[in-house]
Design a binder for this molecule. Structure first.
Ligand SMILES: [Zn+2]
Length: 244
């Protein structure tokens, strides 16, 4: 699943359409696309794993889900995967195998932009408050909670927990305050490292725990286990990551 930093890269490649008028809209997303004709893309906003194409009076939300993708100017997947294509005078955007939904501008007002890990509006104090109000939550579930860390996915989760030396099944209520602060800081730090490395096509090379079998710190075998309520794959070192 594309994580927040990948969505920032998506936004960058769509940015050239800001100010352009839609001349045609197609695709098999389940709504009438005729109304999109003539609309001008005013802004592209991202919230975690979601992208919003904002028009004067409405917006379109795109969520790539597990297997979604996009392309610019050239259709690279068959029509059956094509949920939405938007044609402009100077180019095209295509979205495949994803969720596409028209929303009104009110919807954008209700989003807690401060929960977006990649945003300038990211609010670590607010995240801390949310974490402290969920003492029984496992840290692996907390990181994947899109209301707390919007944009964090499984890769970021595994790498952050390795970096801060915390076992994924640790309960928030057992973690000392300084560890909670470290968690919040590193979730954002790693996300920006992710973005930089992804841009340079070297993201995987920098993975320390995610999909790895040997701990790069101590050389012991890493544990691979589905953890938390979300039952997502965790990779961790029993030796270097403490269970709180
Ligand atoms: Zn280790």
């Amino acid at each position: 699943m594309p994580e927040g930093p990948s969505i920032i890269l998506m936004k960058e490649s769509l940015q050239k359409f800001v100010g352009s008028k839609i001349t045609e809209a197609h695709g098999n997303a389940n709504f009438d696309k005729e109304y999109l004709k003539g609309k001008i893309v005013r802004e592209i906003r991202t919230f975690g794993k979601q992208t919003y194409l904002v028009f004067d009076d409405s917006a379109i939300r795109i969520h790539l889900l597990m297997f979604g993708s996009y392309s610019v100017d050239e259709q690279i997947k068959p029509d059956k995967s094509l949920r939405l294509s938007l044609i402009f005078k100077d180019g095209m955007m295509y979205f495949y195998t994803c969720s596409v939904k028209p929303v009104d501008l009110e919807f954008l007002l209700r989003i807690d932009w401060e929960a977006d890990i990649m945003s300038d509006e990211w609010n670590p104090k607010k995240a801390e408050k949310k974490l402290k109000s969920n003492p029984d939550m496992m840290v692996c579930d907390a990181l994947m909670d899109q209301d707390i860390f919007s944009g964090v996915g499984n890769i970021i989760k595994n790498e952050v927990l390795f970096r801060i030396g915390v076992q994924p099944e640790s309960l928030l209520g057992n973690m000392p305050s300084r560890k909670i602060k470290e968690l919040i800081a590193e979730a954002r730090n790693y996300s920006f490292d992710f973005l930089r490395w992804k841009r340079e096509f070297v993201l995987k090379k920098h993975w320390l725990a995610h999909t790895k079998s040997i701990c790069p710190k101590c050389g012991k075998k890493l544990i691979k286990k589905q953890t938390g309520k979300g039952k997502r794959r965790s990779f961790y070192c029993e030796n270097d990551q403490k269970l709180y």
